[in-house]
Structures are given as C-alpha cells and as structure tokens.
Design a protein around this ligand. Structure first.
Ligand SMILES: CC(C)(COP(=O)(O)OP(=O)(O)OC[C@H]1O[C@@H](n2cnc3c(N)ncnc32)[C@H](O)[C@@H]1OP(=O)(O)O)[C@@H](O)C(=O)NCCC(=O)NCCS
Length: 157
C-alpha cells in the first residue's frame, strides 16, 4: 500500500511516460497469460502516438502519480466504457488500480449511467472479480493479425 498516490487528468506531456508504462506492463505483466508474439504485437500499440493523443484529448483519461512518477493510468470512452487500466510493472498489487477504478466508477455515475463495462485481459480478470464485476462473455479479439482471448465484464453501480 502507498499513501501518497495523486490522481489527476492526463495531459499530452504525459504521453512518453504513459506509453513506456503501457509497453513495459504488457511485456512484463501480461506476458504471464499471453504468448511472446501476442505481447510484442500488443505492446507495439505504444508507438501509435496519434492514437494516444486522441485518447487523452477526446476521453476522460486519468493518471496516478507517486512523486513525479506515473504509476498507473485509465481512460473511459462513451461515458461508461472502461477502455484501459494499466499499472506500472514495479507498482503492482499496491492498490493503484483500485483507486483508479473507484474514480472511474464515480465518473460513470456522474455521466448518468448505472452500469460500467469493460473488456479485460485474462491477467486482469481476478482484479475485476475482486471488485464485484460479472463476466458477460468470454471472447476472442483480433489485434494486429493476432487473436487474443479476453472477457467482457460489467458492474451495476
Ligand atoms: C490488473 C491490474 C490493473 C491490477 O492493478 P493493481 O494496482 O495491481 O491492483 P490492486 O493492487 O488495486 O489490486 C486490488 C485487489 O485486486 C485483486 N488482484 C489484483 N491483481 C490480482 C492478480 N493478479 N491475481 C489475483 N488477484 C488480483 C486482489 O484482491 C488485490 O488485493 P490484494 O493485493 O490485497 O490481494 C494490473 O495487474 C495490471 O496493470 N495488469 C496488466 C494490464 C492489464 O491487463 N490491464 C487490464 C485491462 S486490459
């Protein structure tokens, strides 16, 4: 547990830190559940700077910081869809994702929705289960010519 986690909205200046966190977490943490080929393809999404700019400017995108280091981030699309939740590989299991998720759930309620939805990796399923999310279905998602198994989950707020 860390006490001094600050959460704020992301800015375009955060892109280098956000993309390197994303790349490292996919390569080091998601590699528990996906093949080397899969995590290589997935993590290469870090290079699509245009897309990260779009996510930060168009969506509700928050970062968690400890001191000057970004240790997690999350973003919400359509007002209710949690489209990304990633924690720094060296700061796993220290409640960072739980804090980001609490803020996202509150934001979804403020936006006037009573259900939050997401599609989540095999790696994140136990985390969402521990936060009382239900599995709607298991699915196969295609990304960069590769197939990824993941789950659509939801929670009534
Ligand atoms: C899933 C993820 C976001 C969780 O972040 P985190 O900051 O480590 O999660 P927290 O510390 O808030 O976890 C809170 C609780 O969730 C549960 N939990 C979290 N990770 C878990 C795991 N790998 N296995 C089992 N339970 C887990 C535990 O109950 C945990 O409490 P505990 O540590 O006291 O046992 C993080 O592991 C991650 O970045 N994974 C890779 C990226 C990813 O797959 N993101 C999902 C979107 S595709």
């Amino acid at each position: 547990m860390i006490d001094d986690i600050e959460i704020r909205e992301a800015t375009l200046d955060d892109i280098p830190e956000i993309t390197s966190l994303f790349r490292d977490t996919v390569l080091k943490v998601n590699s528990r559940d996906y093949s080397e080929e899969q995590v290589k393809a997935w993590s290469s999404g870090a290079d699509n700077i245009k897309k990260w700019k779009e996510r930060i400017t168009k969506f509700y995108f928050i970062v968690a910081e400890v001191g000057d280091t970004i240790v997690g981030f999350s973003y919400l699309t359509k007002g209710y869809y949690l489209d990304g939740l990633f924690v720094h590989k060296d700061f796993q299991r220290r409640t960072i994702a739980s804090k980001l998720l609490r803020i996202m759930e509150a934001k979804v309620s403020i936006n006037g929705f009573d259900v939050i939805k997401s599609d989540v990796s095999i790696t994140a399923l136990d985390f969402f289960d521990s936060h009382f999310y239900e599995v709607e279905k298991k699915q196969k998602k295609s990304l960069k010519g590769m197939t990824f198994e993941n789950y659509i989950v939801y929670k009534e707020l």
